[in-house]
Design a protein around this ligand. Structure first.
Ligand code: FE2
Length: 289
């Protein structure tokens, strides 16, 4: 208890000094600590590609990422998010890593399970590992949580989503670039040529390697959009593997053209603050063109 308070005070002091140095008032701290972390932005992004079969036209995919449960984001917040996601009636739900801030210290797994389990998507729920899901020997804890709530964990592997007409698209899940062992050739092994491939990678900068393979789209999280951004200066903290592509849409030039979308995530880590970097839910619609 004493340790917790000390840590919290320490974090507050660091956050306070950062914001003071940057010229923000205590009102600014209040906004970044209490207001902005709850200002969810819903971004609608079309995924347009000629390899998407006609039957997939209009399929709705929702991505949520980086909840970091147990740090600032709690189960009551998460329950509201899950209701919002279900209300949007997605066909597919994707989680791109960092579920719990410190999986081996988290005591509310029992209460988390029914909430995650209540997410509904008729064409499937899929997820990948983030660095926090591996951290502190959390890998098995994370896998057990996700599998017992009907998420398919994609670890350097792919899965086909196939319609009644026989047409398919492929989801590829790659391991985290920071604390895992990403293996793109292995993950692409069983995919026939000329199929639309959507890569899930916690780390956005993996796009540099992914664009060397025939992958059409990549979606990522990890960056939190920097969490604290300032006008002109931009994101203050860019974690490893989120330095080139901190948020939004990118055309990545490599051997094969790749479109990358980086979601800013839901929760926070290290500092309980968001400033000019609202939490985000991304709603993708597939378009065959
Ligand atoms: Fe994260």
């Amino acid at each position: 208890m004493v340790r917790k308070q000390t840590r919290r005070t320490f974090i507050k002091r660091i956050a306070g000094s950062i914001l003071t140095v940057l010229g923000l008032s205590s009102g600014g701290y209040f906004y970044a600590n209490k207001i902005e972390p709850s200002l969810l932005e819903m971004k609608e992004i079309p995924i347009r590609h000629p390899l998407i079969p006609k039957g997939f036209e209009g399929i709705k995919i929702i991505q949520f990422s980086d909840t970091h449960l147990g740090f600032q984001y709690n189960l009551s917040h998460f329950n509201q998010l899950v209701k919002k996601i279900n209300g949007l009636k997605p066909d597919i739900i994707l989680f791109t890593g960092d579920l719990i801030d410190e999986p081996n210290k988290y005591s509310q797994v029992h209460d988390l399970l029914p909430i995650l389990g209540s997410l509904q998507a008729p064409k499937g729920k899929f997820c990948i590992f983030g660095n926090h899901d591996h951290g502190g020997y959390g890998s098995e804890i994370y896998r057990n949580i996700m599998e017992s709530t009907n998420f398919k964990v994609l670890l350097n592997e792919s899965t086909a989503i196939t319609l009644k007409d026989g047409s398919s698209i492929y989801l590829i899940g790659i391991d985290d670039a920071m604390l895992g062992n990403p293996d793109l050739p292995l993950s692409l092994k069983n995919i026939p040529n000329n199929q639309f491939k959507l890569l899930l990678s916690h780390a956005p900068d993996l796009a540099e390697s992914a664009s060397e393979y025939p992958i059409q789209w990549q979606i990522s999280g990890h960056s939190h959009g920097g969490q604290i951004k300032l006008p002109i200066l931009g994101a203050l903290i860019r974690p490893p593997f989120a330095q080139m592509y901190p948020e939004g849409l990118y055309a990545v030039k490599g051997k094969f053209p790749l479109t990358l979308y980086v979601n800013r995530g839901i929760g926070t880590t290290r500092l309980p603050l968001r400033f000019m970097s609202r939490p985000e839910l991304t709603i993708y619609t597939l378009i065959s063109s």
